[in-house]
Design a protein around this ligand. Structure first.
Ligand SMILES: Cc1cc2nc3c(=O)[nH]c(=O)nc-3n(C[C@H](O)[C@H](O)[C@H](O)COP(=O)(O)OP(=O)(O)OC[C@H]3O[C@@H](n4cnc5c(N)ncnc54)[C@H](O)[C@@H]3O)c2cc1C
Length: 339
């Protein structure tokens, strides 16, 4: 990799001439160097090992395809754990047969939930002693014994315009971050997507500059550029993401994103959106006991909060938080056994 460098070349053009593997390999080396520093916490080393294992198997595949005549010789020298990784049949990704919406409908039906789309809640207020009044934008309202709020901090701030809840979820404690998503059509892919022998069409994720804005030494340079491209259905369509913000126009953001999208020669933009994601409390708020303050506020006047800001920015973290919290909040206390 060092010999293939043009003096003075920047990362963007260097990377564009190589497969994503180059970035992955470089990252693996840096991680490995860090792992060798003394007194690392055990989980850091375990995680780094797991990460590097993925790189090693990629590098081995590269070596095997570069030296086909020596394939058996190379395989004979590899440890059994590496051979097992190489022949792993783990799928690139899994999808829902009849789409994600069918999955959501099934959850609602199984739990006999009443879901009301296009109904914006405009007010959540305690009304002692009955419970909590929830008002919707068409003016209707109803009183519930208890209410769980699952929106983002920005909407919590709107729903509670004053008071301690507003202060807890204020911009100071819960700063906004943005992700842009682009649906693109790419008729040509410069790098073939890995194909499982028994699969109809390869689906999955290219990670480019993994979550660049957060890890790059020059965050300004990483902003607005594509971090990942995801093919969810067979065909020429991909969903791409960038860590971005609202400081530039949609057109400027797409121009930067397109420029960084080296996987496809002529990507055509079909649709785009910007979402407030990921949501984290600020480091300062966490240091000052933000999580304890929210925990102490849970359930007061029958109002609870769940969602990404409390549990982390993936569906997995959110559902495991909810799985633990809801039974604790909503199971009636057991009747004390008489002595
Ligand atoms: C581009 C992108 C890619 C992602 N990729 C992944 C991934 O690959 N894997 C993964 O696990 N996670 C991923 N995530 C993260 C995941 O989608 C979020 O962490 C998760 O959806 C957050 O769940 P939540 O319940 O906290 O909030 P949300 O999903 O935002 O739910 C809040 C809901 O409240 C509604 N709402 C807001 N205000 C009101 C109001 N006033 N009245 C009524 N309803 C209201 C909103 O419409 C919304 O439906 C991704 C997120 C983004 C943006």
């Amino acid at each position: 990799m060092a010999f293939d460098r043009i003096p003075g070349e920047t990362w963007e053009t260097y990377r564009a001439r190589h497969s994503p593997l180059v970035g992955e390999a470089l990252q693996g080396l840096v991680l490995y160097a860090n792992m060798r520093r003394p007194r690392q916490p055990a989980e850091t080393v375990i995680n780094i090992n797991a990460h590097i294992s993925g790189h090693v198997s990629q590098l081995v595949k590269l070596a095997l395809s570069l030296y086909p005549a020596r394939r058996q010789d190379l395989l004979d020298r590899m440890p059994p754990s590496l051979l097992a990784q190489l022949s792993s049949r783990r799928p690139v990704s899994l999808s829902f047969r009849r789409g994600f919406v069918s999955f959501l409908r099934r959850i609602a039906d199984d739990h006999r939930l009443q879901v009301r789309p296009d109904s914006k809640v405009t007010g959540v207020e305690p009304v002692a002693p009955e419970g909590v009044r929830v008002t919707v934008d068409d003016g209707r309202s109803a009183i519930y014994a208890r209410v769980v709020v699952t929106t983002r901090p920005t909407q919590i701030r709107d729903l509670f315009p004053t008071g301690d809840i507003h202060e807890l979820f204020a911009e100071r404690n819960c700063p906004r971050a943005w992700t842009r998503s682009y649906l693109i059509r790419a008729d040509e892919e410069l790098i073939d997507f890995p194909r499982r022998p028994d699969a109809d069409a390869p689906l999955g994720f290219w990670v480019i500059d993994p979550y660049g804005s957060y890890t790059d030494t020059d965050p300004d340079q990483a902003m607005h550029r594509i971090t990942a491209a995801n093919k969810q259905h067979p065909g020429p369509y991909w969903v791409c993401f960038s860590n971005s913000d609202t400081s530039i126009s949609d057109a400027e953001a797409w121009s930067l994103a397109r420029d960084s999208l080296f996987l496809f020669p002529e990507p055509e933009l079909i649709a785009e959106t910007i979402a407030e994601w990921p949501a984290y409390p600020s480091a300062e708020a966490v240091r000052e006991g933000w999580f304890d303050r929210v925990a102490a506020r849970q359930g007061r006047h029958g109002i609870y909060f769940v969602g990404e800001i409390l549990s982390g920015p993936t569906a997995e973290c959110i559902s495991s938080f909810v799985d633990t919290a809801i039974p604790q909040w909503f199971t009636p206390p057991e009747t004390p056994t008489p002595h």
